[in-house]
Design a protein around this ligand. Structure first.
Ligand SMILES: [Zn+2]
Ligand SMILES: [Zn+2]
Length: 429
């Protein structure tokens, strides 16, 4: 299997570099798009990109925090700048109808075969990173310093950044003075970029609650402790966290996305399971939300007449994604750089979202590294204009219909990213 991959890859690799030794980024994008790999399984993707970066001339280290790749270019005295792209696809069956649409399948962490798709645009991120890598390598007279390019695995499950840091990203390699990344936007036109200072994306927590009870006959509820009624009560009470516990000026989300319990009309079950997603920006709001959940489930269980051993079990999952905080000084510099390279009409201030991005983790290591993520427009101009005219909803990230307008998006991304890096290298201490 590995041999077949390597042979196919060598053929493609030669093709990729064919014209005047410049990388055909659209071909690279299509190849990546057609071959998405799930989180923790980015074996072929990381190897392909590691080989390309080596071929350009970077010093490449593989397997940092799993499939993570670090590419280094030392070019004299100056700042160290880190540029990141993420590599994983999602368990989604692609329905875009593109000629290069993914038909790939993979076995997920539960042993189930699933379709895979680059539904979050990480294929665009990788193509842009390679484009910027090539541009910055070929234009070393324009900048001085150390360039650290990283390819992050397992972003979608919030493990990649943590694993790369744990594996020595900031100790084995030169420590960055700035961290920079982009993410495609499903609501901005291709050709444009979006920026915002401060909180940009949210803390994400997943919580499981097992509501216990004493089951029995549906016709004799007084002889039971009904976990379905208790779960319903808990869900209603949870709504008071955002409305009554958190200051109205602090964004927060508590969503119960799943509830399962019972088997039949007339049987009161022994337990009900709930799955929640929580969103916030600050650590204070995050902690308040988590502790409020504990209090609500305990209080509701006491009111339902349950004793301690039947109190609901609250499990906060490890896969926590920290919020992305865009360093305001850094964003101001980026905004100026984008206006210079793309024109002011293509640089748009956007609003924060409650989605999550593992990239926030790179900005939380002490001492804090100024970090910023900006949005790269990915919607085809005509599609965008039609949607505005007819009030249509555009496919969001993670949708099986999400298809970036790759050529202009990648071109814009490479321009924005490369010039931003060059401008940041020029900042005096
Ligand atoms: Zn995603
Ligand atoms: Zn993403």
């Amino acid at each position: 299997m590995k041999k077949i991959f390597l042979l196919a890859f060598i053929f493609w690799f030669n093709f990729l570099f064919a014209a005047d030794n410049k990388i055909n980024l659209l071909e690279l994008y299509k190849e990546l798009h057609a071959n998405p790999e799930l989180s923790y399984q980015e074996f072929e993707t990381s190897e392909k990109l590691a080989l390309i970066l080596e071929n350009i001339g970077y010093k490449v280290t593989r397997n940092i925090g799993g499939n993570g790749v670090v590419a280094l270019l030392e070019n004299g005295e100056g700042h160290t700048i880190m540029l990141r792209a993420d590599m994983d696809g999602l368990p989604v069956e692609e329905k875009t109808g593109a000629s290069y649409a993914s038909t790939k399948k993979a076995v997920n962490s539960e042993g189930k075969e699933v379709f895979t798709m680059h539904a979050c645009g990480h294929d665009v991120h990788m193509s842009v990173l390679i484009g910027a890598a090539e541009y910055l390598f070929n234009n070393q007279t324009q900048w001085q310093g150390t360039l650290l390019l990283i390819l992050e695995p397992a972003e979608e499950v919030s493990g990649g950044a943590r694993n790369m840091i744990k594996d020595g990203l900031f100790t084995k390699f030169p420590r960055p003075d700035f961290n920079l990344a982009l993410h495609v936007s499903s609501s901005l036109q291709a050709g444009k970029v979006g920026y915002l200072p401060g909180w940009a994306m949210a803390n994400v927590d997943s919580v499981d609650i097992t509501v216990k009870g004493l089951g029995g006959h549906g016709a004799y509820p007084h002889t039971t402790k009904d976990p379905i009624v208790l779960a319903a009560n808990i869900i209603t009470q949870l709504q008071t966290i955002v409305s009554r516990k958190i200051a109205p000026t602090d964004p927060a989300v508590v969503t119960v996305g799943s509830i399962h319990g019972g088997t039949k009309h007339n049987v009161i079950p022994n337990e009900v399971k709930l799955q929640l997603t929580l969103r916030s920006y600050t650590d204070e709001v995050r902690n308040e939300t988590l502790s409020s959940i504990e209090k609500i489930v305990r209080g509701s269980a006491i009111a339902a007449g349950l004793t301690e051993e039947y109190f609901p079990i609250v499990e906060i999952k490890d896969e926590y994604t920290p919020a992305v905080f865009n360093n305001p000084d850094l964003v101001e510099k980026l905004q100026k750089s984008f206006v210079k390279s793309l024109g002011s009409e293509n640089v748009i201030k956007v609003s924060p979202v409650m989605g999550g991005e593992d990239f926030g983790m790179f900005g939380r290591v002490e001492p804090i590294i100024p970090t910023a993520l900006f949005w790269l427009g990915a919607v085809n101009k005509k599609v965008y204009e039609k949607a505005m005219r007819e009030d249509l909803t555009l496919p969001s990230l993670h949708s099986d219909l999400f298809l970036p307008d790759a050529e202009p998006a990648i071109e814009t991304g490479v321009k924005a990213m490369s010039n931003a890096a060059i401008d940041l290298f020029k900042i005096k201490n």
